[in-house]
Design a protein around this ligand. Sequence first.
Ligand code: FES
Length: 114
Amino acid sequence: MTTLALLGNEALRFTTDTIVGYVLRDDSGATPEKVNIIALSAACTHMGCLVQWHSADRTFHCPCHDGLFTEDGEVDKRSSLQPHLSPLPQLQTNVEEGRIYVRVPLSKDDSSFC
Ligand code: FES
């Protein structure tokens, strides 16, 4: 899907037939030998609108009702909808020879990621 070299420090949005999501580096706990990658569904857990990455405050903003999520997909404590939100679903990732792979659902009804 992309490479570590191209990813940089911002969240990169991706779209497949079944999901819209983001991948970004997780520098917490990273070492020069190991880069951690986070992949998230972009579907807001309130009513499903697609969240947008804001690099200025490194959060995901929902344009529909002001939902707010941290860069690792947790509900931001500043969100007025905090009691009604769950974290953004994380997707499994794998890095092989500098290439980043994300496991995505095979169909829109598939709740198990393959
Ligand atoms: S759909 Fe995202 S806050 Fe309502």
